[in-house]
Every structure is written in C-alpha cells, then in structure tokens.
Design a protein around this ligand. Structure first.
Ligand code: ADP
Ligand code: ZN
Length: 355
C-alpha cells in the first residue's frame, strides 16, 4: 500500500491511500469507521450493481444514474435532500463511491450542504484515482458547457483501491491511461520511461504496477496543486492537451470520444504545434505519440479543423477571447503560451482531422 499526503492551503491536509483490496476486502464501513457522526454514500447504478456487497444495509446510500449527462444541478438537490433524509449534520460526511462524475457531484453537494461537510472519496476508475482525487475541484455541467459551476473543496481522505480497475471496461482504462501519460509528458521523464516499459503490464491489468503509477501521478498532481490551488498559473500545466481535447470532444459530439480519448488527440495536436514552432524535437513528439498508440488511444477525429479551432475559444480557460495553450518542450517539461500563432494552431489540428 502507498500513502500520499496532500497538503493544500489552510493547513488542511489529507491522505490518499492506494492499494489492492484496501476497500473491497474490508468493506466500506470498516474503512470509514470512526469518521464523522454519520454518513451518506453516493454512487451510481453500475458501481452499486458490481459492488453491492460493499454497501451494508445499514449504510445509507444514494444511487444515481451513471454517465456524464447526469452531472447536473438536479442531482445535487437529490444528494442534499438525501443528506437531510439520512439525518446528516455538520459533523457528518458524504462518501463518493464511483468515477469522476460521482466524485464531482458528491464533493459539490458536500461543499454546500449545511455550508460544507466532510467528504471521503473512494474512486473506482483509473481516471478518478489519478485525477479527481487530488485538487479538490467539484461541480456540475450546464447545458452551455462542462464544469461551469462548482467549488474547490478538499476531501477529508481518499481510498484508492486498485482492485476496482478489474471490472472497468477497456475503454475506461484507456481514458485513465491518457491522463497518466499526460503526467509523464508535463512533469516526469522517469515516469514516462516507466510507462514505455510498463504499458503492457497496465494493459494486462497488473495491479501492483497500477499502484506505483497511480501513487506517482497523485504525488505529481499534489505538488502542483499545493503550490497553486486555485489555478493562478502553475496548475494550468495540468491542462496539457485539454484546450485542444475539449474542443475535439465538443465538435465530435459529446459521447463520441471519452474525455481521455479526446485529451490524447489534444496532446498529439499540442506536440505537433510545438514541433512546427521549433519548441520540441520531432523525436520527442514521436515518443509521446508512440506511447499514446501503445495505450490504444485514437489517432484522429472525423471533424472540420476550423470548427475545432473556433471551439477552443469557447473553452472557459480561454480568457477574454485569448487562447492559452500548454506546449511541450521535452518529455517532462512544458510551458504556457499565450496567443499562439493561429495558422500554426490550425495546421496542428488539421494534422489529426480526417474527413
Ligand atoms: P470518469 O470521469 O472517472 O471516467 P465516470 O464517473 O463517468 O468516470 O465513470 C465512467 C463509467 O464507468 C460509468 O458508467 C461508471 O458507472 C462506470 N464505472 C465506474 N467505476 C467502475 C468500475 N470499477 N467497474 C466498472 N464500471 C465502473
Ligand atoms: Zn482531464
């Protein structure tokens, strides 16, 4: 088992425990025992179905329908009303058992219920283990765009049981792998090399390799977020591949690509831009793309490059109509670039668009 201490502002630090069976073998009640006066477990139908035995009858559970389209205000009201019904008070806690969608909503509800109660995350997807469990971003989507409403609310603890990965569909695993590769490219050449050697073990669901890799990603993200909780600057490097990726997701039609698949394509576009700008060597671009290929991530999107380009300006991170992208300089090092050359951005997108 690995332990990562996350020490984010206001002296409120918490621990991420990562290990095989740490929740599934002991049961949720045992893991949570002694924490808070009472609790409400929020999960989705898929996870509840697969892990019924984790939910003892005396634990109050709210089961939501699965999927990104459920990340909406009406479910926040359901969770808060469920909390009242379950008698949660200010000393109680909300437990998020599921992927990023469940985590974002349960965290958001916890941050506003009675002006804020504790919440504990039990992430069940690779993506949620490496991404949503560090950083404290919570929220919901609006019909106008993703993640437009939310709060920063740090969990009281995170229990990442790698054995949840065994039941994940292959596509969900790939989605997490894209985000893992991202950490290598932006911050850690050693992690990147370890992934080149270890990708076959990850694809074969070797949980001991996952444990090490997930712990490393959580540490890297925690180091960034500890320095820049509210995304003043540094934290923006975590958005590598995301300005392009969000636009790809939107233009391809939400649901065509998963988040990670779109981010993978976005990383290819950002690296192409970097090479064209003389900021990255073609060899390093090939290394990045080779690893994305190994993970089985898609290589192109059927869409118009112009549409993707203009969608990049409606991203909430494009401030005052100005684009800001994260550009790789080498494996393990990126920099932020404001107002990149429009022609180069467009041709980088075109390189991965098919008719
Ligand atoms: P993320 O943003 O982390 O990818 P979601 O919350 O959208 O996650 O979850 C992705 C999908 O995977 C959902 O349909 C969810 O119900 C399902 N899911 C989550 N965890 C597991 C698991 N351990 N095994 C099987 N399916 C899971
Ligand atoms: Zn992401």
């Amino acid at each position: 088992m690995k332990k990562i201490a996350v020490d984010i502002s206001h002296g409120k630090s918490y621990q991420i425990l990562i290990g095989e069976g740490i929740v599934v073998e002991k049961g949720l009640a045992a893991v949570l025992c002694g924490r808070g006066s009472s609790c409400l477990v929020v999960t989705d139908r898929n996870v509840a179905g697969l892990y019924k035995k984790l939910l003892p009858p005396k634990m109050r559970t709210l089961v939501l329908p699965p999927g990104e389209k459920e990340k909406k205000f009406s479910n926040i009201e359901r969770i808060c009303r469920g909390a009242v019904e379950s008698g949660l008070d200010r000393g109680s806690q909300v437990v998020a058992l599921g992927g990023g969608v469940v985590g974002d909503m349960a965290g958001f509800a916890a941050s506003i219920y009675m002006r804020g109660v504790d919440y504990v995350q039990v992430p069940t997807t690779v993506l949620a283990m490496v991404d949503s469990s560090v950083g404290g971003k919570t929220g919901v989507d609006l019909p106008e765009g993703k993640n437009l409403v939310g709060t920063f609310w740090q969990p009281a603890a995170v229990f990442a049981d790698t054995s949840f990965i065994r039941t994940l569909p292959a596509r969900e695993i790939r989605c997490g792998l894209a985000e893992i590769i991202k950490y290598g490219v932006i911050l850690d050449p050693r992690l990147f090399s370890a992934l080149e050697k270890g990708m076959k073990f990850l694809l074969a669901c070797d949980l001991s390799v996952y444990e090490k890799i997930i712990a490393r990603c959580c540490r890297l993200k925690a180091d960034v977020v500890e320095k820049d909780e509210k995304e003043g600057g540094l934290r923006a490097i975590l958005n590598y591949g995301h300005s392009f990726g969000h636009a790809v997701e939107k233009v391809a039609g939400f649901g065509k690509f998963s988040h990670g698949e779109a981010v993978g394509i976005g990383m290819r576009m950002a690296a192409k831009f970097a090479v064209a700008s003389g900021m990255l060597s073609p060899q390093e671009e090939r290394r990045q793309n080779g690893l994305l290929d190994m993970a089985g991530l898609p290589k192109s999107v059927k869409a118009s490059a112009e549409k993707i380009y203009s969608a990049m300006f409606s991203d909430k991170k494009a401030r005052a109509g100005r684009l800001r992208i994260v550009v790789p300089r080498a494996i393990g090092r990126v920099e932020l670039l404001d107002s990149p050359d429009p022609g180069r951005v467009l041709s980088a997108i075109e390189a991965y668009c098919s008719p």
